[in-house]
Design a binder for this molecule. Structure first.
Ligand code: SAM
Ligand code: SF4
Ligand code: SF4
Length: 342
C-alpha cells in the first residue's frame, strides 16, 4: 500500500466517497426538501470506466477505502458492474455503500457477488406514516426488506444511519437501538447538519450528541464510550448489556482534525470537504486524455494545500442558519448534499 499524501494540517487522504448519481427516489426533508431540482447534465455523468480509472488514480496516491453513495446509488443502472470493477483493485481494501435501502432487496445478492463488502442503510424511523410524511415515500416495507436481504447475503456487519430531528423521530432512539439489536446491525445516530440542501435547517430542530446520550442513559443506564478508529466520523458507545451504537456529532462536536475523506460527484467534481463551496473538475482532464500521472499530480497538489475544516468553521458562526439560500444551490447543484453524497 502506498504511503498516503497528507494535507496542510497533516491529515492523510485515505478514504474516497463516490456519488454515482445525483438522482434520488426519496425526498428526505433534511436533504431534498424542495419540489424541484437542477440536475447534473446527463452527458457530464462519468461512465463506469471513468469512475474506475479515477479510483485507480486515488488508490495510487494512498486511498484504500471507497464508499459508493449518491443521491441514491442503487438508481444507477447496473451498479454491480461498477462494484466489480472497483473490487478488482487489490489496493481498495474496504468497499462500502450507503443506500436508502428501497432497491436493496433486489440487488443485494448481485452486489455481494460483485465484491461489495459492507452496506449502510439509512433508516430514520420505524413508522411508515412518518416516512411518508418526512421522505414522501410509502415504501417503508421495501427498506425493511432491503435490510433483511443485506443480512442474508453476508455483507460485513450492517450499519443503520438515523438522522435525529426534534419533533420527527427523537422519540424513536430506543426503538431504533432495539431494532438494530434484533437485526444484528449497529445504529449510528446523526446530528442534523446544516449542509447544502438542508434549506430548512435550524439549530433547534437538531438533537445534540449530549441530549441523545442523556435520553439513552435514562433508559439503559451508564453508557460507556469506546476508543475506536480515529478516522471514523462516528463516536462509538456501549450500553450496559454490551449493545454498541455510534453518534456522528458533526454539528455540535465535529471531527475535522482527523478527517481523511474526500468526495467525487457523479460528474467528476472533486471536493475536499462536505462543506466546500466548490471543487476541482477531474472530468475535464480525464476526458482530454490526461495520463494517470497527470491526474495524480492534480490530487497531490489539491490535497497538500487542503486546510478545510468545514464543520468546525460552522461552530463559530453566530446565529447559525441554513448554509445556502435556494438560489445559490440552484446556481451550483454541486453544493447539494444529494449531489456530493453524505
Ligand atoms: N441516498 C443514500 C442514503 O440516504 O443513504 C445515500 C446518500 S445520503 C446524502 C447519505 C447520508 O447523508 C444519509 O445517511 C443521510 O441520512 C445523510 N444526510 C443527508 N442530509 C443530511 C443532513 N442535513 N444532516 C445529516 N445527515 C444528512
Ligand atoms: Fe434521503 Fe439519501 Fe435521497 Fe438525500 S440522497 S433524499 S438522504 S435518500
Ligand atoms: Fe471532513 Fe469537512 Fe466533514 Fe470536517 S466538515 S469532517 S473537514 S468533510
Amino acid at each position: 500500500m502506498s504511503e498516503p499524501i497528507r494535507d496542510a494540517l497533516g491529515r492523510p487522504l485515505e478514504s474516497l466517497r463516490i456519488s454515482v448519481t445525483d438522482r434520488c427516489n426519496l425526498r428526505c426533508r433534511y436533504c431534498m426538501p424542495e419540489d424541484e431540482y437542477v440536475w447534473l447534465p446527463r452527458a457530464s455523468i462519468l461512465a463506469f470506466e471513468e469512475i474506475a480509472r479515477l479510483v485507480g488514480v486515488f488508490a495510487g496516491v494512498g486511498v484504500h477505502k471507497v464508499r459508493l453513495t449518491g443521491g441514491e446509488p442503487l438508481l444507477r443502472h447496473d451498479l454491480p458492474t461498477l462494484v466489480a470493477m472497483i473490487a478488482r483493485d487489490a489496493r481498495i481494501t474496504d468497499l462500502a455503500m450507503t443506500t436508502n435501502g428501497l432497491l436493496l432487496a433486489k440487488q443485494a445478492t448481485a452486489l455481494r457477488a460483485a465484491g461489495l463488502s459492507r452496506v449502510t442503510v439509512s433508516l430514520d424511523t420505524l413508522r411508515p406514516e412518518r416516512m411518508l410524511a418526512f421522505a414522501k415515500s410509502p415504501r417503508h416495507a421495501d427498506v425493511l426488506e432491503g435490510i433483511a436481504a443485506a443480512r442474508q447475503v453476508g455483507f460485513g456487519r450492517l450499519k443503520l444511519n438515523s438522522v435525529v430531528i426534534r419533533g420527527f423521530n427523537d422519540d424513536e432512539l430506543v426503538d431504533l437501538i432495539e431494532f438494530g439489536r434484533a437485526h444484528d446491525a449497529e445504529v449510528r445516530f446523526i446530528e442534523y447538519m446544516d449542509v447544502g440542501g438542508a434549506t430548512r435547517w435550524s439549530m433547534d430542530q437538531g438533537v445534540s450528541q449530549r441530549d441523545m446520550l442523556e435520553t439513552l442513559g435514562r433508559r439503559y443506564g451508564a453508557i460507556q464510550p469506546l476508543s475506536d478508529d480515529s478516522h471514523s466520523p462516528a463516536e462509538r458507545f456501549r450500553l450496559p448489556d454490551g449493545t454498541t451504537f455510534g453518534i456522528i456529532a458533526s454539528t455540535t462536536a465535529p471531527f475535522c482534525r482527523s478527517c481523511d475523506r474526500s468526495r467525487v460527484t457523479a460528474d467528476g467534481t472533486w471536493l475536499l470537504c462536505l462543506y466546500a463551496e466548490r471543487g476541482t473538475d477531474l472530468r475535464d482532464p480525464l476526458r482530454r486524455g490526461a495520463t494517470d500521472d497527470e491526474l495524480a499530480a492534480i490530487l497531490r497538489e489539491g490535497w497538500q494545500g487542503r486546510r478545510d475544516r468545514g464543520a468546525e468553521d460552522r461552530l463559530g458562526v453566530a446565529e447559525r442558519g441554513a448554509l445556502y439560500r435556494l438560489e445559490s444551490l440552484r446556481a451550483d447543484p454541486h453544493r447539494e448534499m444529494h449531489t456530493r453524497g453524505g
